[in-house]
Write a protein that binds this ligand. Structure first.
Ligand code: MCA
Ligand code: AMP
Length: 494
């Protein structure tokens, strides 16, 4: 634990984490991929899950973009059981690691879903969206762990960030305040449900605020436009999705009209380039607002509704403290608005630490502040601009964070790979794409074969999109791979 919960409780209202589930209003609660539940139905189905998982420490959720995922997570949280969402496309190694690390008591899944062989040994409980449990159990303590979300680091396998109910409540309330997000909104999204963006903000957010959620299942500009045209007021999406929406809006006036009709378009998980802000504004008349966060901290900064300004992620959220520090760890002079420093964060939004990794938790924390690894400047009025990150070994591709180290380790498991190094390079669609630099053992393997190999061991979004073969990796005197030389060489070739 990184901060006594008592110290973080200030300002967080007591009461149920999800008021509309404790006392369901009539009307539609959520639709995911075409199937819908009302608030009373959602409360009943989540209640049945809660009865099933009560008393268990942690349960896994096979987090497909389906109604059952929302019901499973809300049910586990109602029982005070921590949910561990699994990427439904997670490969062998990734699943093996998460199961060993989180040791879930069972996996919740939609009936009929074929689970990967890696989950065969785990007990399975099907989620019945038609089930109706009894009245909700007593509200678990605010400090209890709610979610374990796996996130990549520069080296080693992903780490499980433990998020408390308190962190989730405090962060959602802060976002609701700056975006005037209320029960009369309808949130539209098509994000994966195993990360903070789609799950915490995009699913637990509506459930806390009481607003309807329209999750389109699989993202496409057309599906998002349809949901917005049918009454959606807020859109949450990653930059890759906004870019695809901009292109679609330029080509199709109906898509442009649907986006123009929304109250608030929000981008996050990676930077939205100024070019894309401008394209979206030209096509739709809307200024996208950005917010900035991490799995470990949830959201730290957000541009308030109606104040869209390209290139900035806004001021710190209410209750969140942000500090920029220089190389030597000392705080930057706020009178120097263009100075670049690392972003440190403190507040009720912080995680409780990495599961089973006190070493990694200690390394990420400094006197109660979380070190984000992101580099930023701060304007005289306190608005934050993210300008880069400290490590070149973290790649943001399509809004997913991928550690170079885990991809390198997977590549080295291929019999035709002698040595491997992984870097990110700019990509118009994904922001960054993963590039594998490989010294082959014998005849070079095909690029598609290596991509499939990584996809099946880790996850498809961690696969290299380009493979470059070399006779030897550039190394410094200590034998460490000089990634800067690879990136330079890469830029020269493009
Ligand atoms: C392709 N596929 C493969 C292979 N190639 N499968 C196995 N082996 C292969 N070699 C499959 C993929 O699994 C996928 O399957 C389909 O082909 C398309 O893959 P891909 O081209 O990679 O997807 P895309 O269409 O380019 O996806 C773009 C996307 C996606 C939709 C924008 O990147 C995305 O959903 N991003 C969101 C990331 C996100 O939510 N991040 C939040 C992290 P299938 O068709 O079955 O899907 S939380 C965070 O960052 C913080 C807290 C924050 O600030 O929010
Ligand atoms: P994750 O670990 O997947 O939660 O990703 C967190 C990282 O996403 C942060 O450390 C940032 O580098 C990046 N990020 C999130 N939102 C933004 C944003 N609006 N602008 C720039 N980077 C962002």
């Amino acid at each position: 634990m990184i901060l006594p919960h008592r110290a973080r409780l200030a300002g967080v209202p007591a009461g149920p984490l999800f008021p509309p589930l404790a006392d369901p209003p009539p009307g539609a609660a959520l639709r995911v991929g075409g199937r819908a539940l009302s608030w009373p139905e959602l409360a009943g189905a989540a209640g049945a899950v809660a009865e099933r998982v009560a008393g268990l420490g942690r349960v896994a959720v096979f987090a497909e973009p389906q109604l059952e995922t929302a019901v499973a997570v809300l049910g586990a949280l109602a029982a005070g059981t921590a949910a561990v969402p699994l990427n439904p496309q997670a490969g062998e190694r990734e699943l093996e690691h998460i199961l060993a690390d989180a040791a879930p008591a069972l996996v919740l899944a939609a009936p009929g879903t074929v689970l990967p062989p890696g989950l065969a040994k785990l007990e399975r409980a099907d989620v019945d969206t038609a089930a109706r449990g009894g009245p909700p159990p007593p509200e678990p303590p605010a400090g209890a762990p709610a979610l374990v979300l796996y996130t990549s680091g520069t080296t080693g396998p992903p780490k499980g960030a433990v998020l408390s109910r308190l962190a989730i409540a405090a962060n959602l309330d802060a976002l609701a305040a700056v975006w005037a997000w209320t029960a009369s909104d309808v949130l539209v999204q098509g994000l994966p449900l195993f990360h903070a963006h789609g799950l915490v903000l995009g699913t637990l957010g509506p459930a806390r605020i009481g607003c309807r959620l329209e999750h389109v299942g699989r993202f496409s500009p057309e599906a998002i436009a349809r949901a917005l045209a049918a009454g959606g007021t807020i859109l949450f999406a990653v930059p890759t999705m906004h870019q695809r929406l901009a292109g679609a809006a330029e080509a199709d006036p109906e898509i442009a009209r649907a986006l123009a009709g929304a109250r608030l378009l929000v981008s996050g998980s990676a930077p939205l380039p100024a070019r894309e802000h401008a394209r979206l504004e030209r096509a739709t008349g809307q200024r996208v607002v950005e917010r900035y966060g991490l799995t470990e901290t949830l959201m730290n900064c957000a541009v308030p509704a109606g104040e869209g300004r390209p290139g900035t992620v806004g001021p710190p959220l209410p209750g969140v403290e942000v500090r920029l520090v220089g190389e030597d760890g000392s705080e930057l002079d706020p009178a120097e608005p263009d100075a670049i420093g690392e972003v440190l964060v403190r507040g009720p939004n912080l995680f409780d630490g990495y599961l089973n990794r006190p070493d990694a938790t200690a390394a990420a924390m400094e006197d109660g502040w979380f070190r984000t690894g992101d580099l930023a400047t701060r304007s005289a009025d306190g608005w934050v601009r993210i300008v880069g990150r400290r490590s070149t070994d973290l790649i943001k591709t399509g809004g997913f964070k991928v550690g170079a180290g885990e991809v390198e380790a997977a590549l080295l498991e291929h019999p035709a790979v002698e040595e491997a190094a992984v870097t990110g390079e700019p990509d118009d669609d994904l922001g960054e794409r993963i590039v594998a630099w490989v010294v082959p053992r014998g005849a070079p393997p095909g690029a598609a074969e290596l991509a499939d190999h990584v996809a099946s061991l880790l996850s498809p979004h961690k696969r290299p999109r380009a493979v470059r073969f070399l006779d030897a990796l550039p190394r410094n005197a200590m034998g460490k791979v000089r990634k800067a030389a690879l990136v330079e060489r890469d830029a020269g070739e493009r």
